[in-house]
Design a protein around this ligand. Structure first.
Ligand code: NAI
Length: 269
């Protein structure tokens, strides 16, 4: 039977999450997505109205089907954790069961267990502020939303200085990569589950545009990376499909660069 894949962090057809969903669908997986609550309505409406049909086309010409879209806010584990103002917020009140535990339970109830879990979300409310000026609240919010789970997306700002990637996002990515290793050990021993991260190069996604310097980073990468070409989200998607497949059966605890090789450069050229 086809594997079931849950991709958390899909709210349009521009980001890495969407491309990963497509690559997994092309490889035969059944697709479930977790969509951030405030973005749910517009995403579902756009899907229904066919706005994404052009980007749903798979290599064999068929359209990617999303079996179910689950509202999700990855910052809250269970209803007790949700502050009153969020509960009262119109967009949150319009859906239910969007905390992490509830989504996990709903998926289990609806479809049984999941084979592939992808974390493709991040949120740094103060990402445009230098770390030095980041508030405790902003820092903790970045770490809370942006580190976690089996395949995740990280960025080289975790290990090298990337001015402009602020608000504690560099710290969140460092936590994510460290968790990738420790979880690989624990989940590997306990459940034989593999845990890996993809360190992706710059992509002009919605989240990246919020940082402000994404076009500069794309240009910098083009100028300086060993492979002088645009990085396509599909290349990250295909790597995720590989990592989730039996072809990667001995790979766990790894951070794989998919960045046209930029990470290997010591100086700009
Ligand atoms: P994106 O905008 O497509 O994806 C981010 C998603 O996170 C959005 O769908 C947003 O709605 C969701 N989200 C934010 N807070 C959430 C929460 N509390 N609960 C649930 N969902 C939430 O952007 P992109 O860039 O594709 O991001 C995917 C991953 O790739 C992120 O982890 C990002 O840090 C990582 N990445 C992106 C790079 C880039 O240049 N775009 C480079 C390296 C890593």
């Amino acid at each position: 039977r086809g594997k079931k894949a849950f991709i958390a962090g899909v709210a349009d057809d521009n980001g890495y999450g969407w491309a990963i969903a497509k690559s997994l669908a092309a490889a035969g997986a059944e697709i479930f997505v977790g969509t951030w609550v405030p973005a749910l309505n517009i995403f579902e409406t756009s899907l229904r109205r066919g706005k994404f049909d052009g980007s749903r086309v798979l290599p064999d010409g068929s359209l990617m089907e999303i079996t179910k879209v689950y509202p999700l806010d990855a910052v809250y584990d269970s209803p007790e954790d949700v502050p009153e103002d969020v509960k009262a917020n119109k967009r949150y009140a319009a859906s239910s069961k969007w905390t992490v535990k509830e989504v996990a339970e709903s998926v289990k109830q609806d479809f049984g267990s999941i084979d592939i879990l992808v974390h493709s979300l991040a949120n740094g409310p103060e990402v445009s502020k230098p770390l030095l000026e980041t508030s405790r609240k902003g820092y903790l919010a970045a770490v809370s939303a942006s580190s976690g789970s089996s395949i995740s997306l990280t960025y080289i700002a975790s290990e090298r200085i990337i001015p402009g990637y602020g608000g504690g996002m560099s710290s969140a990515k460092a936590a994510l990569e460290s968790d990738t290793r420790v979880l690989a050990f624990e989940a590997g021993r306990k459940h034989k589950i593999r845990v890996n991260a993809i360190s992706a190069g710059p992509l002009g996604s919605r989240a990246a545009k919020a940082i402000g310097f994404i076009d500069t980073m794309i240009e910098y990468s083009f100028e300086n990376a060993p492979l002088q070409k645009e990085l396509s989200a599909d290349e990250v998607g295909n790597t995720a499909a590989f990592l989730a497949s039996p072809l990667a059966s001995a790979i766990t605890g790894a951070v794989i660069y998919v960045d046209n090789g930029l990470n290997a450069m010591g100086v700009g050229v």
